[in-house]
Design a protein around this ligand. Structure first.
Ligand code: G1P
Length: 293
């Protein structure tokens, strides 16, 4: 079978970043473990993959990230106490997830950039297409974004990037693509640039943290020199990949919140809180009667 038609079974979650924008909390809590309503951010990303039938989850961790592994591991002490109290359901959501997903971990020894983090996962990915999820890109959508992307992958094969239009002022925060629409919402990528100045940007179509990548990316990642911010950039490697094979982009349906930004994280808390049946009424009531002291 041609590589570009192979089933996607694996997802790489880079989680070695320092979370600088959320300091000081990220001194001791990995940003992937920050809570959105009642679950850590990374759990939402993993659930999104499971919904797209991607069950092999590879987490690229680093120093200070042990709590991610602990969270998905069993906690015998809690299990014993909860069993005595008849409250086993409190661990159910994470237990179900750990059973559905096949989790593995690899460690990035130095934070040399997103591209380098992906390269660290090469041995676990092997020679097959795979997906990448940046769990601080929180996406609220009717159909999970990875599932939307798998639909495009089934039709077109090859690498697919999730993109969204951003305001001009935000262009320098993202990888930006130059592309041509070939179907409604589906674009053929012509060029990419990591965090350009507004005047140099080819468009306002920003890459959001969901990717489907052909394994050939590893060869280009190995050759990629440090780029923007002195880091090995995934965007630069995808640009090189583009000279040898097609790359597509999907303007996905959904609202994205930047979990690395305090205001955006707060907005996401409210939206996800309102969507939680057990919290909705109480939260609306609270908002309607807000009084600041
Ligand atoms: C990374 C990528 C960038 C992408 C962004 C999406 O940047 O390098 O191309 O647009 O994620 O969130 P970071 O936010 O890690 O600086």
């Amino acid at each position: 079978m041609r590589k570009e038609n192979m089933k996607i079974k694996k997802a790489v979650f880079p989680a070695a970043g320092l979370g600088t924008r959320l300091l000081p909390i990220t001194k001791s809590i990995p940003k992937e473990m920050l809570t959105l309503v009642d679950k850590p951010l990374i759990q939402y990303g993993i659930e999104e993959c499971i919904s797209a039938k991607i069950n092999d989850i590879i987490i690229v961790t680093g120093r200070g990230k042990n709590s991610i592994e602990d969270y998905f591991d069993r906690s015998i002490e809690h299990e014993i106490i909860l069993k005595e109290k008849g409250k086993e359901h409190l661990l159910k959501s994470v237990e179900d997830l750990s059973n559905a997903a096949n989790l593995s971990y690899t460690r990035q020894k130095e934070a040399l950039g997103l591209g380098h983090a992906i390269l660290t996962a090469q041995n676990l990915v092997g020679n097959e297409p795979f997906s990448v999820v940046l769990s601080d890109d929180i996406i609220d959508s009717r159909i999970p974004v990875m599932k939307q992307m798998m639909g495009v992958y089934k039709n077109l094969g090859h690498s697919i990037l999730a993109v969204q239009r951003v305001q001009d002022k935000d262009i320098p925060k993202y990888g930006i693509i130059d592309a041509e629409e070939i179907q409604k919402g589906v674009l053929k990528v012509k060029d990419l640039v990591e965090k350009p100045e507004i005047r140099e940007a080819p468009s306002n179509l920003a890459i959001i943290g969901r990717y489907i990548l052909m394994p050939d990316i590893f060869e280009f990642l190995r050759k990629t020199k440090p780029g923007k911010g002195g880091e090995i950039q995934l965007t630069d490697a995808i640009k090189s990949l583009l000279s040898t094979q097609p790359v597509y982009a999907l303007e996905f349906e959904g609202t994205r919140y930047d979990g690395g930004n305090k205001l955006e994280l707060l907005k996401a808390q409210i939206i996800f809180g309102l969507k939680n049946p057990g919290l909705r009424t109480g939260l609306i009531d609270f908002i309607n009667n807000l009084e600041l002291v």
